[in-house]
Design a protein around this ligand. Structure first.
Ligand code: GUN
Length: 282
């Protein structure tokens, strides 16, 4: 058996089109477009590329894009003052501060300064707490994108065994919360887990977010499982995921790398911006 390939690129294109329609409706009703501000500190080449693609996608969805590029030696006070200005700016519905920040800046303090209503990354402790307690929240883009793909492949997630590999605040932890909200039985595994294989082997749903190329081996996968590969690892062989390519011989459905989870992140960011705009206006 060969797994069905979950086409994240096509799903993301559909989502972006729907968000574009929503943004046009918002603009008609509100007399202005939804606005997303993206802040980049320093010149990390990968971050620079991401920020440029976010700006382009924002404009393509019929939204305003506000890009703020600050030098690498920007001090915390200057960055916090910019966040304050964006919080107070009515044309800005969403604020994203690109991570990682330079080492001399306290990332947590910057995230905590963003108005939770504009926190389209869903990283603010208020949004993390709201997600964990079942309240309406802005949810981190990558795990929400994973859940959308999962629900498309698997309309009934309740009762399934879900295993998440990785416990970051950006992907693993919110992913676990989202799967719990869908009534999965959730196991969180990480670098200190004693026998990851034994857990993964039980998984009907596997989400791998470890950042190690080919970490999950074919033999670990339960036959027929749905596998979401969050890894985007640059290697000499090109972009590869956290799951070995031959896992597709065992899985029931699997996201490819590239073209799986990757394209979902920006599409969900646009969706979150539209949601934030609607809530602020409503
Ligand atoms: N750096 C890598 N991924 C992300 C993300 O989703 N949001 C932000 N703000 N920075 C990132």
């Amino acid at each position: 058996m060969t797994a069905r390939i979950i086409d994240g690129k096509a799903f993301a294109a559909g989502l972006r089109a729907r968000v574009g329609e929503g943004a046009a409706g918002f603009a008609r009703a509100a007399g202005r477009k939804p606005g997303l501000a993206v802040v980049l500190v320093g010149e990390d080449p990968a971050s620079s590329v991401y920020v440029r693609s976010k700006g382009k996608a924002t404009l393509a969805a019929g939204m305003e894009s506000f890009e703020h590029r600050l030098p690498a030696d920007t001090d915390s006070a200057t960055l916090l003052a910019l966040v304050d200005r964006l919080n107070a700016d009515d044309a800005v519905d969403g604020i994203l501060v690109q991570l990682p920040l330079p080492a001399h800046i306290d990332e947590r303090a910057v995230i905590a300064r963003i108005d939770p209503a504009k926190d389209v990354d869903g990283f603010h402790p208020v949004n993390a707490g709201r997600l964990a307690t079942g309240l309406d929240a802005l949810v981190p883009c990558t795990p929400l994108g994973c859940l959308m793909l999962l629900k498309d492949a698997h309309p009934h997630l309740a009762g399934l065994e879900a295993v998440v590999i990785g416990r970051s605040n950006i992907v693993g932890k919110p992913m676990g919360q989202l799967l719990l909200r869908e009534s999965c039985t959730v196991t969180m595994t990480h670098s200190r887990t004693r026998d990851i294989f034994a857990h993964v082997r039980q998984a009907d749903i596997l989400v791998a977010a470890v950042g190690i190329p080919g970490f999950v081996q074919k033999e670990w996968i339960k036959p027929g499982a749905t596998v979401i590969d969050v890894g985007i690892n640059r290697t000499d062989a090109g972009l590869v995921g956290d799951v070995a390519a031959d896992a597709a011989e065992v899985a029931g459905a699997i996201t490819p790398v590239p073209g799986g989870v990757g394209p979902m992140t920006i599409a969900v960011l646009l969706r979150n911006t539209l949601v934030a705009a609607g809530r602020r206006a409503g």
